[in-house]
Design a protein around this ligand. Sequence first.
Ligand code: SF4
Length: 121
Amino acid sequence: MSDTPMSKSRRDAVKMMLGTAVAIPVINLIGVGSIRAADAPANAVAADDPTAVALKYSADATKADRAAAARPGMAANEQRCANCQFMQAAQTSGDWTVCTLFPGKMVSVNGWCSSWTLKAG
Ligand code: SF4
């Protein structure tokens, strides 16, 4: 083993690696795992909401497996919260609306879940 002091460039590289090793967990603590759409209201249904998980809700219908659910009434690729029976149109605000299956929370009008039901009339 050499007794020569670590070169400046090597010290800088070690510092940078240590800084990166510290920064990654900090970034995770900040909440990368709980990122919401920038315009999402505070009470938007979270991806890890137990009801959302059970109903396979996604705030982005294009990312939900609508075809596999085979909900009747409309082509799967057209199904979204905006044309679902459970969406409360009077309480819609921008891209967010109220769904009777998620009391006190809001869902995206462009979302979808496996309980999607064609809006009557
Ligand atoms: S029940 Fe309808 S409105 Fe409610 S989350 Fe599911 S698809 Fe959207």
